[in-house]
Design a protein around this ligand. Structure first.
Ligand code: R5P
Length: 302
């Protein structure tokens, strides 16, 4: 079965789009882009999309605002070419952590970002391990059909394939990580503990103490690693109770500044992340997950 969708891509998800197209037998339409001298973006889609559904891949890491405009331009170009529906395949959604007005005068950024995606004319959204904390379901954030897939079984599978212990203690750094950590502990059939985290600043967090464990290894599970400070704090707590081998699993590797070096220097055995954000440290592709999901819904001609 081939995918009855054409695939287009934004600049932050081209490789993932091509991998997914290869696995699903979908046709790819090329998207060319350049900057005007004043910094405005120009895009041009080549190919035939009239009357077809198009899956537009884009990821929103590092420069989410620019990437959102690029995505909006691509969607408008496709609609102008007479495509039928646009399915946003947006594996990393920015602004999802700002899911509350924490202080007076602040925006509800998660919802603003979702509304801007909807305003592009996108008909449906697929994402991966969205940071759902104060919103519990993706449909509370989007008003168009939206699905939140999980890469956790793929990540746990990779951990085991590379010699990770099926008995490792699975540790989630904060309450919202339970949704991801519990999936990994199901795949490993091991014990799962969830810590409490207090964020003291953009680069400073505190996590609760762990009780002693007679296990020799642990795997920390989170949705994303940005500055790496959350993982570093948990690594410190695990060392204090004598855990020797510590690995980490996170779907989205933002790895800003010197995060990767700090984690390596802290003795992290491995950091297993996916290509929702293109990054040299990525170990697992979510392309099979996306191809399978799209084929289930949009599989067509043989
Ligand atoms: C927030 O609660 C997220 O789930 C992650 O724990 C957080 O974004 C990681 O950020 P950092 O690597 O900067 O500590």
């Amino acid at each position: 079965m081939n995918l009855d969708l054409v695939i287009a891509y934004g600049s932050a998800a081209e490789q993932l789009a091509r991998r997914t197209a290869q696995l699903s037998g979908a046709e790819v339409v090329e998207v060319n882009r350049r900057l005007f001298p004043d910094g405005e973006q120009y895009v041009k889609v080549s190919g035939e999309v009239k009357g077809k559904d198009v899956a537009v891949f884009q990821s929103f890491a590092f420069h989410p605002d620019t990437l959102l405009v690029e995505y909006a331009l691509i969607v408008d170009a496709l609609k102008g070419m007479g495509c039928s529906r646009v399915i946003g395949v947006l594996p990393y959604l920015a602004y999802a952590r700002q899911d509350e007005r924490f202080n007076r005068g602040e925006p509800l950024s998660a919802r603003v970002f979702a509304s801007l995606i909807e305003a592009t004319g996108t008909d449906e959204v697929f994402t991966v391990d969205m940071h759902l904390h104060r919103f519990h379901e993706i449909r509370e954030v989007f008003s168009i059909p939206a699905s939140n897939l999980t890469a956790m079984p793929l990540l746990a599978g990779h951990y085991l394939e590379k010699g990770g212990s099926p008995n490792a203690l699975v540790v989630g750094p904060d309450s919202e990580s339970r949704q991801w950590a519990s999936k990994v502990s199901e795949s490993l059939s091991s014990e799962c503990v969830i810590l409490e985290k207090e964020r003291l600043g953009d680069r400073q967090v505190k996590v609760s103490e762990l009780r002693g464990s007679n296990l020799g290894s642990a795997v920390i599970v989170d949705d994303m690693v940005s500055t790496g400070r959350t993982l570093l704090e948990v690594i410190g707590k695990l060392r204090r109770i004598g855990i020797e081998r510590i690995d980490a699993i996170a779907t989205h590797s933002l790895l800003v500044e010197d995060a990767f070096i700090r984690l390596r220097d802290a003795g992290l055995a491995s950091l297993i992340t996916t290509d929702t954000i293109e990054n040299p440290h990525t170990k697992v592709s979510v392309a099979p997950l996306l191809a399978r999901t799209l084929l289930e819904k949009y599989g067509g001609r043989g």
